[in-house]
Design a protein around this ligand. Structure first.
Ligand code: ZN
Length: 208
């Protein structure tokens, strides 16, 4: 099994996964994956901190979790696909930006989690290998209220730095993608959708 993405790990800790999916994540963690182990223990600590300290505002993605990406049952045909034009995604969560939880940060060093959002789309990014001169950029695109992955599979992606496309990729059947060996720099990820496009700006690969 590839590393489960951030949302799935969070769902696992929160015991929101189906039994089969939970068993897969548990098996992956039991296999000793350091990155996922760090992410899981970091989230467990964050959850404890947030629960035990009223002065710590829960990060915005905690509220996002309450909305649940796939929970809302939609009657088929009710929700029309709207053209979204060229949307710019905004940053919802950054695992490096949590000043209130400085004590927790030491458990996670070279792995950065970022969550962006544009319209109904969530773009989940994981930057790993930051200790090397080039990093891996993995991610998943999810559409809220979508029961299936049709709208996020087979999407064309372009990674650009200073307006120059440096790599391209296509999402797999559950919206996941990976760019390997990305040089340090600030990137833009362009996602082509059937109803427009989403651009994720200012992705900090290797920037503090
Ligand atoms: Zn893993």
């Amino acid at each position: 099994m590839n590393c489960p993405n951030f949302e799935r790990l969070v769902d696992f800790v929160d015991k929101r996964l189906e039994e089969r999916e939970a068993a897969r994540v548990a098996a992956h963690l039991a296999s000793g994956c350091g990155i996922c182990g760090q992410t899981t223990s970091w989230y467990e600590q964050v959850r404890e901190t947030v629960e035990s300290d009223d002065s710590v505002a829960p990060p915005s993605w905690v509220f996002k979790r309450a909305l649940r990406v796939f929970d809302a049952p939609q009657r088929k045909g009710l929700r029309l696909t709207e053209r979204i034009g060229h949307a710019i995604a905004s940053l919802v969560f950054d695992s490096f930006a949590r000043p209130a939880l400085v004590g927790v940060r030491s458990t996670e060093t070279t792995n950065r989690q970022l969550l962006y959002r544009a319209n109904d789309y969530n773009v989940d990014l994981q930057i790993s290998g930051l200790e090397h001169s080039s990093a891996d950029l993995m991610g998943q695109i999810l559409k809220e209220h979508a029961e299936e992955f049709d709208s996020v599979s087979g999407l064309n992606l372009e990674l650009a730095r200073k307006d120059e496309v440096t790599a391209s990729a296509v999402t797999n059947d559950i919206g996941e993608f990976k760019f390997s060996g990305v040089e340090q720099g600030v990137y833009e990820l362009r996602v082509t959708l059937s109803e427009g496009s989403v651009t994720v700006p200012n992705i900090p690969v290797g920037e503090p």
